[in-house]
Ligand binder design. Structure first.
Ligand SMILES: Cc1ncc(COP(=O)(O)O)c(C=O)c1O
Length: 416
């Protein structure tokens, strides 16, 4: 395959407006967090609130990644050593690792059948088990491993692929069990529930990712949103070394800009203005980018819906269409998923797999003594899924080529 004909898995949509914004910051003499980051936060809030500002007001806080945003979110919710946090096994590692940063324990929950989302029924069953004093994983399978037990403190639903989770059911369960809800909205900008509410604004906090492949990108970056003023203030403090300038202002009437007071052991998780400027332009394109993604996803849906070899990804009207996770009906094919991927790649089409379930990863598997079969729905999804290229700016001919490559491989290995 000629290099110029290859179709990448993802590609950011960067135009002259983004270039001009970055150049403006480069020439301004101020590269790190400043006015651009503040403006990006205000504009992000305005995007989500529109003209119907609700009370309490949503606060948006820029961070240097969604991973840091999730870490700050858990810290602000008071998660500490030994606290249990419920996390879907079917997610990227960031969602779970942040629990371990704070020495909490991860309790994995399986995916709901035929979806990629945390299963509210499995969530409730796990919580009931824990409330009876039982361990989360009753039969650890390896020596030295253990099943966490104790009081669960939080749940992190993931809006996988940009499709919002069943938030009504999750919020109901979380409130009954006294859990904080941190929405991992890394894939979900802009995603809406059927009542028009934005994914990321329903729980106690929401965390968006602006990583290079995401629906809005700053290369690396993220945004944390919350309507809880205490949580938002804690995040603002902890993303910047635990430095509180207001402490100094309270005790002095001089404007000593060089002085600062450290009131907690914080982190360096701020977003520089160079990236915020990029994000501000991308935000103005949010609808345009979404329409481009929807068009590509609709073309895939139309091409694959009547094929016995595939199952379409679940979707809905408010889906941000970050991913197109096509599932292979392996019982109709004489080829494995891995071999299928090799053939797609050999034809010059970039693909990926979202995700390898976390309970099968050596660190979590060994810590909690888990087997792959312990979370069967997550494993079932993983074994047959392929994420197809889906990025704004993809040409019709490229979409057609992906379809043709995928269909041809399936036909050549059909046992339907
Ligand atoms: C579900 C999910 N959560 C969190 C993250 C972390 O995002 P970031 O790369 O901005 O830290 C990712 C990254 O891809 C993700 O897929």
């Amino acid at each position: 395959m000629c290099k110029d004909k290859a179709i990448p898995f993802a590609r950011p949509f960067i135009g002259p407006e983004e270039e001009a914004a970055v150049l403006r910051v480069l020439r301004s003499g101020w590269l790190t967090t400043g006015q651009e980051a503040l403006a990006f936060e205000a504009e992000f809030t305005r995007f989500l609130e529109g003209s119907n500002e609700t009370s309490p007001i949503l606060r948006s806080l820029t961070v240097n990644s969604a991973t840091s945003g999730l870490h700050l979110a858990l810290e602000a919710c008071g998660i500490g050593a030994g606290d249990l946090v419920l996390v879907p096994a079917y997610t990227f590692v960031s969602t779970a690792e942040v629990v371990r940063y704070l020495h909490g324990e991860v309790v994995f929950v399986d995916t709901a059948p035929s979806t990629f989302h945390i299963d509210p029924k499995a969530l409730e069953a796990t919580l009931a088990q824990l409330s009876r004093g039982e361990a989360a994983y009753p039969k650890p399978h390896s020596p030295g491993s253990f099943g966490p037990r104790g009081v669960p403190k939080a749940v992190i639903p993931v809006h996988y692929g940009g499709l919002p989770c069943a938030m009504d059911a999750i919020m109901d369960i979380a409130r009954r069990y006294g859990l904080k809800v941190i929405e991992d909205a890394a894939h979900a900008f802009p995603s809406q529930l059927s009542n028009g509410t934005w994914a990321g604004t329903i729980g106690d906090l929401g965390v968006f990712s602006f990583y290079a492949t995401k629906t809005l990108t700053t290369g690396e970056g993220g945004m944390v949103v919350s309507r809880d003023p205490e949580i938002a203030s804690r995040i603002a403090l902890m993303r910047s070394h635990g430095i509180d300038r207001s402490v100094w202002n309270r005790y002095t009437d001089t404007q000593a800009s060089w002085y600062y007071a450290v009131v907690a052991a914080g982190y360096k998780y701020n977003m520089p203005d160079l990236l915020a400027a990029l994000g501000r332009v991308q935000l103005t394109r949010a609808w345009e980018l979404l329409e481009m993604r929807k068009k590509i996803a609709a073309a895939y849906d139309a091409a694959f819906q009547d094929e016995v070899h595939f199952s379409l990804p679940p979707t809905g009207p408010g889906d941000a269409r970050h991913l197109y996770p096509l599932r292979l009906n392996l019982e109709r094919l004489s080829i494995t998923r891995d071999a299928f991927i090799e053939k797609i790649q050999a034809a010059g089409v970039g693909v990926s797999v979202h995700f390898i379930p976390l309970h099968s990863m050596p660190y979590y598997r060994d810590r909690y003594g888990l087997r792959e079969a312990d979370l069967p729905e997550s494993m079932g999804n993983f074994q047959r899924v392929i994420s197809l290229p889906l990025w704004p700016g993809m040409q019709d001919a490229q979409v057609e080529r992906v379809i043709q490559v995928v269909k041809t491989i399936a036909q050549e290995h059909s046992c339907a």
